[in-house]
Ligand binder design. Structure first.
Ligand SMILES: Cc1cc2nc3c(=O)[nH]c(=O)nc-3n(C[C@H](O)[C@H](O)[C@H](O)COP(=O)(O)OP(=O)(O)OC[C@H]3O[C@@H](n4cnc5c(N)ncnc54)[C@H](O)[C@@H]3O)c2cc1C
Length: 438
Protein backbone atom coordinates (compact mmCIF):
# COMPACT_ATOMS: atom_id res chain seq x y z
CA UNK A 1 0.00 0.00 0.00
CA UNK A 2 1.32 3.49 -0.90
CA UNK A 3 2.25 5.66 2.03
CA UNK A 4 -0.04 8.67 2.54
CA UNK A 5 1.90 11.92 2.20
CA UNK A 6 0.98 15.07 4.11
CA UNK A 7 1.05 18.65 2.81
CA UNK A 8 -0.08 21.85 4.49
CA UNK A 9 -1.98 24.87 3.13
CA UNK A 10 -3.67 27.86 4.73
CA UNK A 11 -6.89 26.88 2.98
CA UNK A 12 -8.19 24.08 0.78
CA UNK A 13 -11.17 24.56 -1.53
CA UNK A 14 -12.92 21.41 -2.79
CA UNK A 15 -14.50 21.78 -6.26
CA UNK A 16 -13.39 24.03 -9.13
CA UNK A 17 -16.76 25.37 -10.28
CA UNK A 18 -17.65 29.09 -10.05
CA UNK A 19 -18.03 28.97 -6.23
CA UNK A 20 -14.71 27.18 -5.59
CA UNK A 21 -12.71 29.36 -7.98
CA UNK A 22 -14.18 32.56 -6.50
CA UNK A 23 -13.28 31.41 -2.97
CA UNK A 24 -9.76 30.30 -3.94
CA UNK A 25 -8.88 33.42 -5.92
CA UNK A 26 -10.15 35.68 -3.12
CA UNK A 27 -7.93 33.86 -0.62
CA UNK A 28 -4.89 33.95 -2.93
CA UNK A 29 -5.32 37.69 -3.50
CA UNK A 30 -5.15 38.17 0.26
CA UNK A 31 -1.69 36.57 0.24
CA UNK A 32 -2.61 33.16 1.72
CA UNK A 33 -1.55 29.76 0.37
CA UNK A 34 -4.61 28.05 -1.08
CA UNK A 35 -5.14 24.74 -2.86
CA UNK A 36 -8.09 24.19 -5.22
CA UNK A 37 -8.91 20.49 -5.58
CA UNK A 38 -10.99 19.17 -8.49
CA UNK A 39 -11.99 15.58 -9.28
CA UNK A 40 -12.01 16.13 -13.09
CA UNK A 41 -8.82 16.26 -15.09
CA UNK A 42 -10.05 19.42 -16.83
CA UNK A 43 -12.37 21.60 -14.74
CA UNK A 44 -15.91 21.80 -16.04
CA UNK A 45 -16.02 18.52 -17.95
CA UNK A 46 -18.40 16.98 -15.36
CA UNK A 47 -20.47 20.16 -14.95
CA UNK A 48 -23.59 21.46 -16.65
CA UNK A 49 -25.45 24.71 -17.22
CA UNK A 50 -28.53 25.64 -19.31
CA UNK A 51 -27.22 28.17 -19.71
CA UNK A 52 -25.77 31.49 -19.20
CA UNK A 53 -23.43 32.92 -16.63
CA UNK A 54 -24.54 36.16 -14.96
CA UNK A 55 -22.12 38.94 -15.78
CA UNK A 56 -22.44 41.28 -12.78
CA UNK A 57 -21.29 38.63 -10.30
CA UNK A 58 -18.60 37.35 -12.66
CA UNK A 59 -17.18 40.88 -13.09
CA UNK A 60 -16.90 41.16 -9.30
CA UNK A 61 -14.57 38.14 -9.26
CA UNK A 62 -12.51 38.95 -12.35
CA UNK A 63 -12.91 42.74 -12.76
CA UNK A 64 -9.94 43.27 -15.08
CA UNK A 65 -10.04 40.21 -17.35
CA UNK A 66 -13.70 39.06 -17.43
CA UNK A 67 -14.02 39.97 -21.12
CA UNK A 68 -11.36 37.40 -22.03
CA UNK A 69 -13.54 34.53 -20.79
CA UNK A 70 -14.78 32.12 -23.50
CA UNK A 71 -18.31 33.47 -23.89
CA UNK A 72 -20.44 32.12 -26.71
CA UNK A 73 -23.12 34.82 -27.03
CA UNK A 74 -24.16 37.74 -24.86
CA UNK A 75 -27.80 37.08 -23.99
CA UNK A 76 -29.64 40.32 -24.63
CA UNK A 77 -33.11 39.02 -25.45
CA UNK A 78 -35.20 37.02 -22.97
CA UNK A 79 -38.55 35.46 -23.83
CA UNK A 80 -41.07 33.74 -21.56
CA UNK A 81 -43.37 31.47 -23.48
CA UNK A 82 -46.67 29.96 -22.31
CA UNK A 83 -47.29 26.87 -24.42
CA UNK A 84 -50.53 25.07 -25.13
CA UNK A 85 -50.52 21.87 -27.19
CA UNK A 86 -50.28 23.82 -30.45
CA UNK A 87 -49.67 27.50 -29.70
CA UNK A 88 -47.50 29.91 -27.72
CA UNK A 89 -48.17 33.23 -25.99
CA UNK A 90 -44.90 35.05 -25.45
CA UNK A 91 -43.52 38.00 -23.58
CA UNK A 92 -40.06 39.30 -24.46
CA UNK A 93 -37.60 41.93 -23.38
CA UNK A 94 -34.55 42.99 -25.34
CA UNK A 95 -31.48 44.87 -24.08
CA UNK A 96 -29.24 44.99 -27.17
CA UNK A 97 -26.70 47.25 -25.48
CA UNK A 98 -26.88 45.87 -21.96
CA UNK A 99 -26.77 42.07 -21.80
CA UNK A 100 -27.01 40.61 -18.30
CA UNK A 101 -25.61 37.17 -19.04
CA UNK A 102 -23.59 35.18 -21.57
CA UNK A 103 -23.95 31.61 -22.80
CA UNK A 104 -20.99 29.35 -22.05
CA UNK A 105 -19.72 25.80 -22.36
CA UNK A 106 -18.76 24.66 -18.87
CA UNK A 107 -15.74 22.70 -20.10
CA UNK A 108 -14.23 25.85 -21.66
CA UNK A 109 -15.46 28.36 -19.09
CA UNK A 110 -14.51 26.47 -15.91
CA UNK A 111 -11.10 25.71 -17.38
CA UNK A 112 -10.62 29.42 -18.09
CA UNK A 113 -11.60 30.21 -14.47
CA UNK A 114 -8.99 27.78 -13.15
CA UNK A 115 -6.23 29.10 -15.42
CA UNK A 116 -7.04 32.69 -14.38
CA UNK A 117 -6.99 31.65 -10.70
CA UNK A 118 -3.63 29.87 -11.14
CA UNK A 119 -2.16 33.09 -12.55
CA UNK A 120 -3.10 34.79 -9.30
CA UNK A 121 -1.28 32.21 -7.18
CA UNK A 122 -3.92 29.50 -6.57
CA UNK A 123 -2.42 25.98 -6.45
CA UNK A 124 -4.54 23.55 -8.47
CA UNK A 125 -4.86 19.79 -8.03
CA UNK A 126 -6.87 18.23 -10.93
CA UNK A 127 -7.98 14.56 -11.08
CA UNK A 128 -8.17 14.57 -7.29
CA UNK A 129 -11.24 13.23 -5.57
CA UNK A 130 -11.59 14.25 -1.95
CA UNK A 131 -12.77 11.21 -0.02
CA UNK A 132 -12.77 12.36 3.58
CA UNK A 133 -12.57 15.37 5.85
CA UNK A 134 -10.50 15.00 9.00
CA UNK A 135 -11.77 16.49 12.23
CA UNK A 136 -9.48 16.80 15.24
CA UNK A 137 -10.59 18.26 18.57
CA UNK A 138 -13.92 19.30 17.03
CA UNK A 139 -12.37 21.21 14.13
CA UNK A 140 -12.12 20.20 10.45
CA UNK A 141 -8.41 20.53 9.70
CA UNK A 142 -7.49 18.24 6.78
CA UNK A 143 -8.80 16.44 3.72
CA UNK A 144 -7.89 13.02 2.45
CA UNK A 145 -7.67 11.96 -1.17
CA UNK A 146 -6.74 8.47 -2.33
CA UNK A 147 -3.04 9.23 -1.97
CA UNK A 148 -2.60 12.21 0.29
CA UNK A 149 -3.63 13.92 3.45
CA UNK A 150 -3.66 17.70 3.04
CA UNK A 151 -3.84 19.82 6.15
CA UNK A 152 -5.51 23.23 6.10
CA UNK A 153 -6.66 25.78 8.61
CA UNK A 154 -9.79 26.40 6.57
CA UNK A 155 -11.68 24.00 4.29
CA UNK A 156 -14.28 25.29 1.84
CA UNK A 157 -16.80 22.84 0.39
CA UNK A 158 -17.64 23.96 -3.16
CA UNK A 159 -18.37 20.45 -4.40
CA UNK A 160 -21.76 21.14 -5.98
CA UNK A 161 -25.33 19.96 -5.57
CA UNK A 162 -24.58 16.42 -4.39
CA UNK A 163 -21.96 17.51 -1.83
CA UNK A 164 -21.35 13.99 -0.60
CA UNK A 165 -18.88 15.40 1.90
CA UNK A 166 -21.39 17.78 3.54
CA UNK A 167 -23.88 14.91 3.78
CA UNK A 168 -21.29 12.49 5.13
CA UNK A 169 -20.34 14.80 7.99
CA UNK A 170 -23.88 15.94 8.88
CA UNK A 171 -23.41 19.49 7.59
CA UNK A 172 -26.35 18.99 5.25
CA UNK A 173 -29.37 16.69 5.25
CA UNK A 174 -30.48 14.77 2.19
CA UNK A 175 -32.95 16.81 0.17
CA UNK A 176 -36.50 15.58 -0.24
CA UNK A 177 -37.52 14.82 -3.87
CA UNK A 178 -39.67 17.95 -4.00
CA UNK A 179 -36.59 20.10 -3.31
CA UNK A 180 -34.57 18.72 -6.20
CA UNK A 181 -35.00 19.32 -9.91
CA UNK A 182 -33.61 16.93 -12.48
CA UNK A 183 -32.55 18.82 -15.57
CA UNK A 184 -31.93 17.24 -18.96
CA UNK A 185 -30.44 19.10 -21.87
CA UNK A 186 -29.49 18.56 -25.51
CA UNK A 187 -26.92 20.60 -27.37
CA UNK A 188 -27.87 20.83 -31.02
CA UNK A 189 -25.57 22.06 -33.76
CA UNK A 190 -26.87 24.53 -36.33
CA UNK A 191 -24.89 26.91 -38.50
CA UNK A 192 -24.22 30.40 -37.20
CA UNK A 193 -26.30 31.86 -40.05
CA UNK A 194 -29.24 29.55 -39.29
CA UNK A 195 -29.22 30.61 -35.64
CA UNK A 196 -29.11 34.30 -36.56
CA UNK A 197 -31.96 33.84 -39.01
CA UNK A 198 -34.23 31.70 -36.81
CA UNK A 199 -33.77 33.79 -33.67
CA UNK A 200 -33.73 37.16 -35.41
CA UNK A 201 -30.20 38.00 -34.22
CA UNK A 202 -28.27 40.77 -35.94
CA UNK A 203 -25.77 39.16 -38.35
CA UNK A 204 -22.19 38.63 -37.18
CA UNK A 205 -22.81 39.96 -33.70
CA UNK A 206 -22.35 37.97 -30.52
CA UNK A 207 -25.89 38.76 -29.44
CA UNK A 208 -28.04 35.89 -28.24
CA UNK A 209 -31.42 34.91 -26.88
CA UNK A 210 -32.87 32.78 -24.12
CA UNK A 211 -36.41 31.38 -24.02
CA UNK A 212 -38.15 29.85 -21.00
CA UNK A 213 -41.18 27.63 -21.48
CA UNK A 214 -44.12 26.68 -19.35
CA UNK A 215 -46.59 23.99 -20.46
CA UNK A 216 -46.86 22.40 -23.90
CA UNK A 217 -46.03 18.83 -22.86
CA UNK A 218 -49.31 17.31 -24.08
CA UNK A 219 -49.89 15.24 -20.95
CA UNK A 220 -53.08 14.67 -19.06
CA UNK A 221 -51.33 15.19 -15.75
CA UNK A 222 -48.62 17.73 -16.36
CA UNK A 223 -45.62 17.72 -14.02
CA UNK A 224 -44.15 20.99 -12.77
CA UNK A 225 -41.52 21.52 -15.45
CA UNK A 226 -39.72 24.57 -16.80
CA UNK A 227 -38.19 24.42 -20.24
CA UNK A 228 -35.30 26.50 -21.56
CA UNK A 229 -33.48 27.28 -24.78
CA UNK A 230 -30.22 29.26 -25.16
CA UNK A 231 -28.33 30.26 -28.27
CA UNK A 232 -24.59 29.63 -28.58
CA UNK A 233 -22.36 30.69 -31.48
CA UNK A 234 -23.23 27.70 -33.67
CA UNK A 235 -25.36 25.56 -31.34
CA UNK A 236 -28.46 25.86 -29.26
CA UNK A 237 -29.17 24.15 -25.97
CA UNK A 238 -32.68 22.99 -25.22
CA UNK A 239 -33.76 21.32 -22.03
CA UNK A 240 -36.12 21.18 -19.13
CA UNK A 241 -36.04 20.77 -15.39
CA UNK A 242 -38.61 18.59 -13.62
CA UNK A 243 -39.23 18.24 -9.96
CA UNK A 244 -38.16 14.75 -8.75
CA UNK A 245 -41.38 14.31 -6.77
CA UNK A 246 -43.45 14.72 -9.94
CA UNK A 247 -41.18 12.42 -11.94
CA UNK A 248 -41.83 9.69 -9.35
CA UNK A 249 -45.50 10.45 -8.84
CA UNK A 250 -46.42 10.41 -12.53
CA UNK A 251 -43.78 7.79 -13.49
CA UNK A 252 -42.31 10.07 -16.15
CA UNK A 253 -39.15 9.76 -18.16
CA UNK A 254 -37.29 13.10 -18.48
CA UNK A 255 -35.98 12.30 -21.98
CA UNK A 256 -39.55 11.66 -23.11
CA UNK A 257 -40.59 15.05 -21.68
CA UNK A 258 -37.75 16.76 -23.53
CA UNK A 259 -38.79 15.04 -26.77
CA UNK A 260 -42.34 16.29 -26.26
CA UNK A 261 -40.99 19.83 -25.87
CA UNK A 262 -38.82 19.50 -28.99
CA UNK A 263 -41.81 18.27 -31.00
CA UNK A 264 -43.97 21.25 -30.05
CA UNK A 265 -45.08 22.96 -33.31
CA UNK A 266 -43.64 26.31 -32.16
CA UNK A 267 -40.26 24.86 -31.15
CA UNK A 268 -39.75 22.22 -33.78
CA UNK A 269 -38.93 24.74 -36.58
CA UNK A 270 -36.29 26.36 -34.35
CA UNK A 271 -34.24 23.17 -34.09
CA UNK A 272 -35.12 21.59 -37.43
CA UNK A 273 -32.20 19.82 -39.20
CA UNK A 274 -29.94 20.37 -36.21
CA UNK A 275 -27.39 17.73 -35.25
CA UNK A 276 -27.50 16.42 -31.68
CA UNK A 277 -23.96 16.69 -30.32
CA UNK A 278 -24.43 16.28 -26.56
CA UNK A 279 -26.99 15.01 -24.06
CA UNK A 280 -26.53 15.74 -20.37
CA UNK A 281 -28.41 15.56 -17.09
CA UNK A 282 -27.77 17.22 -13.74
CA UNK A 283 -29.53 18.01 -10.47
CA UNK A 284 -30.44 21.49 -9.23
CA UNK A 285 -31.01 22.18 -5.50
CA UNK A 286 -34.24 24.14 -5.09
CA UNK A 287 -35.00 23.76 -1.39
CA UNK A 288 -34.07 27.42 -0.91
CA UNK A 289 -34.08 29.22 2.42
CA UNK A 290 -36.13 26.58 4.26
CA UNK A 291 -33.57 23.89 3.47
CA UNK A 292 -30.34 25.77 4.17
CA UNK A 293 -27.60 23.48 5.47
CA UNK A 294 -25.18 24.29 8.28
CA UNK A 295 -23.32 26.99 6.34
CA UNK A 296 -20.22 26.87 8.55
CA UNK A 297 -18.72 24.92 11.39
CA UNK A 298 -15.30 24.85 13.06
CA UNK A 299 -12.78 25.06 10.19
CA UNK A 300 -15.28 24.64 7.35
CA UNK A 301 -17.68 26.67 5.16
CA UNK A 302 -20.17 25.64 2.40
CA UNK A 303 -20.58 27.69 -0.79
CA UNK A 304 -22.54 27.64 -4.07
CA UNK A 305 -24.71 24.64 -4.94
CA UNK A 306 -23.22 22.68 -2.01
CA UNK A 307 -25.04 25.17 0.23
CA UNK A 308 -28.21 25.05 -1.93
CA UNK A 309 -27.79 28.63 -3.19
CA UNK A 310 -30.05 28.70 -6.28
CA UNK A 311 -33.07 30.80 -7.22
CA UNK A 312 -34.95 28.51 -9.61
CA UNK A 313 -37.58 31.10 -10.53
CA UNK A 314 -34.94 33.29 -12.19
CA UNK A 315 -32.63 30.45 -13.31
CA UNK A 316 -29.93 31.99 -11.06
CA UNK A 317 -27.11 29.85 -9.73
CA UNK A 318 -23.74 31.07 -11.01
CA UNK A 319 -24.20 34.52 -9.44
CA UNK A 320 -24.94 32.91 -6.05
CA UNK A 321 -21.93 30.62 -6.52
CA UNK A 322 -19.46 33.41 -7.38
CA UNK A 323 -20.54 35.75 -4.60
CA UNK A 324 -20.88 33.11 -1.85
CA UNK A 325 -17.37 31.92 -2.80
CA UNK A 326 -16.06 35.47 -2.53
CA UNK A 327 -17.71 36.01 0.89
CA UNK A 328 -16.34 32.71 2.23
CA UNK A 329 -12.89 33.67 0.88
CA UNK A 330 -13.01 37.03 2.68
CA UNK A 331 -14.05 35.30 5.90
CA UNK A 332 -11.21 32.78 5.53
CA UNK A 333 -8.70 35.64 5.19
CA UNK A 334 -9.92 37.23 8.41
CA UNK A 335 -9.77 33.89 10.25
CA UNK A 336 -6.21 33.33 8.98
CA UNK A 337 -5.21 36.83 10.09
CA UNK A 338 -6.46 36.40 13.65
CA UNK A 339 -5.59 32.68 13.70
CA UNK A 340 -9.02 31.66 14.89
CA UNK A 341 -10.68 29.07 12.64
CA UNK A 342 -13.54 28.27 14.97
CA UNK A 343 -17.20 28.91 14.22
CA UNK A 344 -16.96 31.97 16.44
CA UNK A 345 -15.01 33.65 13.63
CA UNK A 346 -16.58 31.82 10.69
CA UNK A 347 -20.05 33.04 11.68
CA UNK A 348 -18.96 36.22 9.90
CA UNK A 349 -19.64 34.28 6.68
CA UNK A 350 -23.31 33.92 7.65
CA UNK A 351 -23.43 37.62 8.51
CA UNK A 352 -22.00 38.55 5.11
CA UNK A 353 -24.53 36.24 3.40
CA UNK A 354 -27.38 37.83 5.38
CA UNK A 355 -26.32 41.27 4.19
CA UNK A 356 -25.93 40.20 0.56
CA UNK A 357 -28.60 39.50 -2.08
CA UNK A 358 -27.99 35.78 -1.50
CA UNK A 359 -29.88 35.23 1.74
CA UNK A 360 -32.12 38.26 1.18
CA UNK A 361 -33.37 36.71 -2.08
CA UNK A 362 -33.57 33.16 -0.78
CA UNK A 363 -35.54 34.39 2.23
CA UNK A 364 -37.99 36.52 0.29
CA UNK A 365 -38.51 33.75 -2.32
CA UNK A 366 -38.87 30.99 0.25
CA UNK A 367 -42.58 30.36 -0.46
CA UNK A 368 -42.70 31.23 -4.14
CA UNK A 369 -41.71 27.82 -5.51
CA UNK A 370 -44.14 26.06 -3.11
CA UNK A 371 -46.91 28.45 -4.18
CA UNK A 372 -46.25 27.82 -7.86
CA UNK A 373 -45.99 24.09 -7.27
CA UNK A 374 -49.32 24.05 -5.45
CA UNK A 375 -50.94 25.78 -8.47
CA UNK A 376 -49.09 23.81 -11.12
CA UNK A 377 -52.21 22.66 -12.98
CA UNK A 378 -53.29 26.27 -13.41
CA UNK A 379 -49.82 27.30 -14.53
CA UNK A 380 -49.01 24.40 -16.79
CA UNK A 381 -52.43 24.01 -18.39
CA UNK A 382 -55.25 26.40 -17.58
CA UNK A 383 -53.66 29.85 -18.01
CA UNK A 384 -51.60 29.00 -21.12
CA UNK A 385 -54.86 27.75 -22.68
CA UNK A 386 -56.80 30.86 -21.68
CA UNK A 387 -54.02 33.21 -22.82
CA UNK A 388 -53.94 31.43 -26.16
CA UNK A 389 -57.75 31.71 -26.52
CA UNK A 390 -57.60 35.42 -25.67
CA UNK A 391 -54.96 36.16 -28.30
CA UNK A 392 -56.72 33.97 -30.82
CA UNK A 393 -59.69 36.35 -30.51
CA UNK A 394 -57.45 39.43 -30.37
CA UNK A 395 -55.68 38.55 -33.60
CA UNK A 396 -58.44 36.45 -35.20
CA UNK A 397 -60.33 38.89 -37.50
CA UNK A 398 -62.84 36.10 -37.97
CA UNK A 399 -65.89 38.22 -38.90
CA UNK A 400 -67.56 37.91 -35.50
CA UNK A 401 -68.14 41.04 -33.44
CA UNK A 402 -65.28 41.40 -30.97
CA UNK A 403 -67.77 42.35 -28.25
CA UNK A 404 -69.55 38.97 -28.62
CA UNK A 405 -66.30 37.05 -28.65
CA UNK A 406 -64.82 38.79 -25.59
CA UNK A 407 -68.10 38.43 -23.68
CA UNK A 408 -68.18 34.73 -24.43
CA UNK A 409 -64.53 34.44 -23.40
CA UNK A 410 -65.29 36.08 -20.03
CA UNK A 411 -68.42 34.01 -19.40
CA UNK A 412 -66.53 30.80 -20.24
CA UNK A 413 -63.64 31.89 -18.02
CA UNK A 414 -65.93 32.35 -15.02
CA UNK A 415 -67.88 29.15 -15.80
CA UNK A 416 -64.80 26.97 -16.44
CA UNK A 417 -62.91 28.21 -13.46
CA UNK A 418 -64.36 26.98 -10.26
CA UNK A 419 -64.39 30.00 -7.91
CA UNK A 420 -62.44 28.17 -5.22
CA UNK A 421 -59.65 27.37 -7.69
CA UNK A 422 -59.60 30.95 -8.95
CA UNK A 423 -59.30 32.28 -5.39
CA UNK A 424 -56.48 29.84 -4.68
CA UNK A 425 -54.64 31.04 -7.81
CA UNK A 426 -55.10 34.67 -6.78
CA UNK A 427 -53.97 33.92 -3.23
CA UNK A 428 -50.84 32.08 -4.43
CA UNK A 429 -50.02 35.00 -6.71
CA UNK A 430 -50.59 37.71 -4.07
CA UNK A 431 -48.73 35.89 -1.31
CA UNK A 432 -45.77 35.27 -3.65
CA UNK A 433 -45.59 38.94 -4.66
CA UNK A 434 -45.89 40.13 -1.04
CA UNK A 435 -43.32 37.54 0.06
CA UNK A 436 -40.79 38.90 -2.42
CA UNK A 437 -41.49 42.55 -1.58
CA UNK A 438 -41.72 42.43 2.20
C1 LIG B 1 -29.51 22.42 -16.54
C2 LIG B 1 -28.98 23.53 -15.69
C3 LIG B 1 -29.14 24.82 -16.13
C4 LIG B 1 -28.64 25.88 -15.38
N1 LIG B 1 -28.74 27.13 -15.90
C5 LIG B 1 -28.21 28.16 -15.23
C6 LIG B 1 -28.20 29.46 -15.80
O1 LIG B 1 -28.67 29.66 -16.93
N2 LIG B 1 -27.63 30.46 -15.10
C7 LIG B 1 -27.08 30.25 -13.86
O2 LIG B 1 -26.59 31.21 -13.26
N3 LIG B 1 -27.07 29.02 -13.30
C8 LIG B 1 -27.60 27.98 -13.95
N4 LIG B 1 -27.56 26.72 -13.40
C9 LIG B 1 -26.99 26.54 -12.04
C10 LIG B 1 -25.47 26.63 -12.04
O3 LIG B 1 -24.96 25.77 -13.02
C11 LIG B 1 -24.95 26.24 -10.65
O4 LIG B 1 -25.66 26.95 -9.66
C12 LIG B 1 -23.47 26.55 -10.51
O5 LIG B 1 -22.72 25.83 -11.45
C13 LIG B 1 -22.98 26.17 -9.11
O6 LIG B 1 -21.59 26.31 -9.03
P1 LIG B 1 -20.75 25.54 -7.93
O7 LIG B 1 -19.34 25.98 -8.12
O8 LIG B 1 -21.39 25.70 -6.60
O9 LIG B 1 -20.91 23.99 -8.27
P2 LIG B 1 -20.50 23.18 -9.58
O10 LIG B 1 -20.46 24.06 -10.76
O11 LIG B 1 -21.39 21.99 -9.63
O12 LIG B 1 -18.99 22.70 -9.28
C14 LIG B 1 -18.71 21.71 -8.31
C15 LIG B 1 -17.35 21.14 -8.62
O13 LIG B 1 -16.93 20.27 -7.57
C16 LIG B 1 -16.29 19.13 -8.12
N5 LIG B 1 -16.36 18.06 -7.10
C17 LIG B 1 -17.49 17.49 -6.59
N6 LIG B 1 -17.17 16.59 -5.62
C18 LIG B 1 -15.81 16.63 -5.50
C19 LIG B 1 -14.89 15.94 -4.65
N7 LIG B 1 -15.31 15.07 -3.72
N8 LIG B 1 -13.57 16.18 -4.81
C20 LIG B 1 -13.14 17.08 -5.74
N9 LIG B 1 -13.97 17.77 -6.57
C21 LIG B 1 -15.29 17.55 -6.45
C22 LIG B 1 -17.10 18.87 -9.40
O14 LIG B 1 -16.38 18.09 -10.33
C23 LIG B 1 -17.36 20.29 -9.90
O15 LIG B 1 -16.33 20.75 -10.75
C24 LIG B 1 -28.02 25.63 -14.13
C25 LIG B 1 -27.88 24.32 -13.67
C26 LIG B 1 -28.33 23.27 -14.45
C27 LIG B 1 -28.12 21.86 -13.96
Amino acid sequence: MEEIQTQKFDAVVIGAGPAGVAAAVTIARGGAKVLLVERSQIAGTKNMIGGAVFLDAFKQIFPSNWQQAPFERYINKHTWSLLTDDSAVELSCDFPNNPKSASIYRSKFDNWLVEAAKQEGVYFAPSTLVKRLIKINGRYCAIETELERIEANIIILADGVNSLLARKYGLRYDYEPKDIVLSVKETIKLSRETIEERFNIKKDTNNGVSINFLGGLKLEKAPFALGFLYTYTDCISIGLGVNLEDLNKYQLNPSDLLNRLKEHPVLEPLIENGELIEYSAHLIPEGGYKKLPKLYDNGVMLVGDAAGFVNGIHFEGTNFAFISGKLAGETALLALKIKDYSKKTLKLYRKKLNNSFILKDLKSYQDVMDNLYSRKNSLMEYYPKKASEFFSIFTGANCIAKRDEFRKFLVDFVKDRNLRELLKDIWAFISSVFGVLK
